[in-house]
Design a protein around this ligand. Structure first.
Ligand code: AMP
Length: 137
């Protein structure tokens, strides 16, 4: 954990209020204070680490289970079926709060949120080389 507790740790500790939707010994979920859509929810591990790859495997599993459990409940509450799960790591990705969190963002046709994917063509050899490097071959 960094020297000053994250805003999410302060929520976990009850120092800052939140609209809690799920809690277990290791996980907390609450509504995003500035939602991209009604029902926009954050799911966090209570233990403060900045990045997904800093978590222990069992923590990853617990947070992922909470995301999958909560999603249909959120969708039922706001009356839609589709959603994005977003999880940012590091400033270049858009992460503002350095405490792991998964966004669950309900979506509906015409909601205007859009996507900012800009796919780029890649040579098959480059893909093969990269895959081999990642796989450690
Ligand atoms: P990120 O850009 O992935 O780090 O997202 C941080 C999210 O935390 C944003 O969507 C904020 O609206 C949300 N957020 C920041 N402070 C609070 C808070 N006190 N309660 C609930 N959500 C918050």
């Amino acid at each position: 954990m960094s020297s000053s507790p994250s805003i999410f740790t302060r929520i976990v500790q009850g120092e800052i209020p939140c609209h809690r939707v799920l809690e277990s010994p290791a996980v907390l979920a609450f509504l995003d204070i500035n939602p991209l859509a009604p029902g926009h929810t954050l799911v966090i591990p209570k233990r403060e680490v900045a990045r997904l790859d800093d978590l222990r495997p069992e923590e990853v599993a617990e947070v992922a289970c909470a995301v999958a459990t909560l999603a249909p409940r959120i969708l039922a509450a706001v009356g839609t079926r589709d959603y994005n799960v977003l999880q940012n790591n590091g400033p270049a990705s858009g992460q503002e709060v350095p405490h792991v969190h998964f966004h669950i963002i309900p979506r509906r046709a015409g909601d205007g949120l859009g996507f900012r994917w800009k796919p780029q063509a890649s040579a098959p050899e480059a893909l093969a080389d990269l895959a081999a490097r990642i796989a450690g071959a």
